[in-house]
Design a protein around this ligand. Structure first.
Ligand code: PMP
Length: 407
């Protein structure tokens, strides 16, 4: 990207221009959450200043405005995901809640098998473990070596075991690899299974088209795509959602209630209990507009170029081990590594202390994979559209200094 373009994009992010301990922040944790651009911040602030109405069923002007912004955000999300119908978009708190909703509401029980991969986020593992305990569902884990990627042959073989639901990550938060989700959907459907795609890490860097992908469900959070926390969306195929019962229940999930009975509202209201996160919806719509203005392809290309630069620098340090493919292009925006003889918490602390470099440490909510691989923890840097080559150098130079210090 041209320097002027990058400077213009960076100018949109106030957080990059507020010194931390007297230094410009070097934010390399966008896989955890992205920074918010000014148009998202001001759209939300503006909405809160003008309006505090409840969405739905209010005849007054504030209520109508609230209803309008939620409907607009739903339509923007529909278009963003390439869904056919706006009522296939359910607003939730985030990706985690979306997956829990599917786990609770899909008719899965004894005799049904749910298949996940060995690199799923805890949010796409624990809900299925819960079904094993509570409903006698069988859970099968397809091992996945991050360096080799998804094994389609092994997947096909496992599908023959009566799998009812396949739930897989689109882009891994562990190592940045992309799974061939369209082919996974095709194979799963051929075997009579539904597919849930965890899109937490793909929405900011990949143009999503749930129709072309063939996913039955697609889950994500807006805070990883330049929007606010506390709002995400579940896309669900219309006919499937129509068959699913309500989960969290209360205001707005019903058409009518007596002391003993109720009739459920239609989808999506049936799944959106309580007052809508209207301000979040405003932020979500603004984030989609901002993201589409830049283009996910451009974000991925920029992040990948930075990852290449960082990976090349790290290759000079023999104590550093990168998780995933050697080829940084296959890791997109993620550089996850561990260092022989140095725990990730200490390293992340030193990077922050010495150069204001913000990275994540630990097991990155993929605990099960770390246990299986026998790796205690790692440091993950993740890049986005607002990062610069200087950010990369701050990471790799500081890491070099730390390594020479420990000998
Ligand atoms: N899946 C993946 C792959 C993720 O990276 C994350 C967030 N780290 C989640 C699910 C959960 O997202 P959230 O915490 O926003 O619900």
């Amino acid at each position: 990207m041209m320097d002027a373009d990058l400077a213009r994009i960076r100018a949109d992010f106030p957080a990059l221009h507020l010194p931390v301990k007297g230094r410009a922040p070097v934010y390399l944790d966008s896989a955890c959450t992205t920074l918010r651009p000014e148009p998202v911040i001001s759209a939300m602030a503006d909405y809160m200043r003008r309006n505090s109405g409840c969405h739905g069923r209010a005849a007054h002007a504030f209520g109508r405005e609230a209803t309008r912004v939620v409907a607009e955000a739903r339509e923007a999300t529909r278009a963003f995901l390439g869904a056919a119908h706006a009522d296939e978009v359910i607003f939730v708190r985030g990706c985690t809640e979306a997956i829990n909703l599917v786990a609770e509401c899909l008719p899965l029980g004894k005799g049904d098998t749910v298949l996940t991969t060995g690199i799923e986020h805890n949010s796409n593992l624990l809900p299925w473990q819960g079904l094993v305990r509570r409903r006698g569902v069988r859970h099968v884990v397809l091992p996945l070596d991050p360096a080799r990627g998804f094994d389609m042959e092994a997947f096909r073989a496992r599908l023959r075991d009566g799998v009812r639901l396949v739930s897989v990550v689109h882009v891994s938060n562990l190592c940045g690899i992309e799974l061939p989700v369209a082919e996974i959907c095709r194979e799963a459907h051929r075997a009579g299974a539904w597919v849930l795609v965890d899109g937490a890490q793909s929405v900011a860097t990949h143009a999503i088209d749930v129709g072309a992908m063939g996913a039955d469900f697609f889950a994500f959070s807006f805070h990883k795509a330049f929007g606010p926390e506390g709002i995400g969306a579940l896309y669900g195929r219309r006919d499937l959602l129509a068959r699913m019962p309500a989960w969290q229940v209360g205001g707005d999930t019903v058409e009518d209630v007596t002391y003993d009975t109720c009739t459920w509202a239609a989808v999506p209201q049936r799944f959106e209990a309580g007052v809508a996160n209207t301000t979040g919806a405003v932020g979500a719509a603004a984030a989609i507009a901002w993201l589409r203005g830049i283009g996910p392809d451009r974000i991925l290309a920029h992040a990948t170029a930075l990852n290449e630069r960082a990976t090349a620098a790290l290759s000079h340090f023999p104590r550093v081990h990168v998780i995933g493919p050697i080829d940084s292009v296959l890791r997109g925006s993620i550089l996850n590594f561990w260092v022989d003889g140095l725990d990730s918490r200490s390293l992340a602390g030193l990077l922050d202390e010495r150069a204001g470099v913000m990275v994540r440490y630990g097991k990155h909510c993929v605990h099960a994979w770390y246990h299986a691989a026998g790796i205690p923890d790692s440091v993950r840097a993740s890049f986005s559209i607002y990062n610069t080559p200087a950010d990369v150098d701050a990471l790799t130079d500081t890491l070099g200094n730390v390594l020479s210090m420990i000998g």
